[in-house]
Design a binder for this molecule. Sequence first.
Ligand SMILES: C[S@@+](CC[C@H](N)C(=O)[O-])C[C@H]1O[C@@H](n2cnc3c(N)ncnc32)[C@H](O)[C@@H]1O
Length: 308
Amino acid sequence: MPTHPSSPDPHPGHPPAAHSVHTHDDIDWSARVADLRRRDDLERDRYVDVAARLTRDLPADAVVVDVGCGAGGMGAALAAALRERGGGTLVLVDATEALLEAARVTVAGAGGDPVRVETVHADLADAAWHAHVPAADLVWAAGVVHHLPDQQTAVDDLAGVLAEGGVLALAEGGLEPRYLPWDLGTGRPGLEIRVAAARDHWFGQLRAEMPNAVPMPYGWTTALTRAGLTGADSFASVTEHPPPLRGVALDHVLDHFAWVEQSLGEHLDEQDRDTLRRLLDPDSAEHLGRRDDVAVFDLRTIHTARRR
Ligand SMILES: C[S@@+](CC[C@H](N)C(=O)[O-])C[C@H]1O[C@@H](n2cnc3c(N)ncnc32)[C@H](O)[C@@H]1O
């Protein structure tokens, strides 16, 4: 249901039962506000570039919908791009109330007059969310569709939100991020390669255990075309922070490996788990924060297509 930042009741006119929105991936997203915010800080430059590219050809007073908006980093870049173009409407959609609120606050700081901001608390797997969103000139969906049981249906639904001529942009896939040297001088070389394989197992398990999950055995541009859109295309977007890392970039790497230890531990052997413990232990001489060779190189792919 749509909510407006100015409203004292974030869900006017709807009974509480209608808010029992949930995700389908068994991930506690509300516990991830701080790390998604940190990742947003780290990726700000990339967001600005992508937002400029995607909004360049939009009509005046455009409507942009950011679905699965997370902590609002890209929402802020989209709001700033709309403001530069003279205004428009940005609709933030997410199933996690804590993230939707974080995004609303972040975007309010970046948009302002003449950009209108609305929030919609909804489960994207429930097509009813459509009814609360205006016809969009751009729909941005980053890292959310793969968390839904039926990804093709989700892409179809996202395409259904588009106004004539509107563009759907899916940020999905890319390359595994690289943070560490191959030989860390502790544990077995190649830790990150095994972490990537562990993440692949974890993701396969997440999809396999997701209730009502439907396989999508083809790529994102094919999914966009099957949704009835035309001109499907892809481009890459890179976040790069060369070593030595300090501040938010180092915190992001520590967040990442803390998540690896917590969520992927069962897919790694005891020696790698032990290496991770030492890399993350602030009292250890091997703590990542003591290294001058940790970097961030992260490439994401963005797939776009248009409604004719
Ligand atoms: C990996 S985060 C991506 C956040 C943001 N788009 C970004 O790129 O940083 C996934 C987001 O999708 C949201 N999400 C997951 N399942 C959802 C669902 N079924 N309906 C709506 N949002 C969902 C989560 O709450 C979270 O904000």
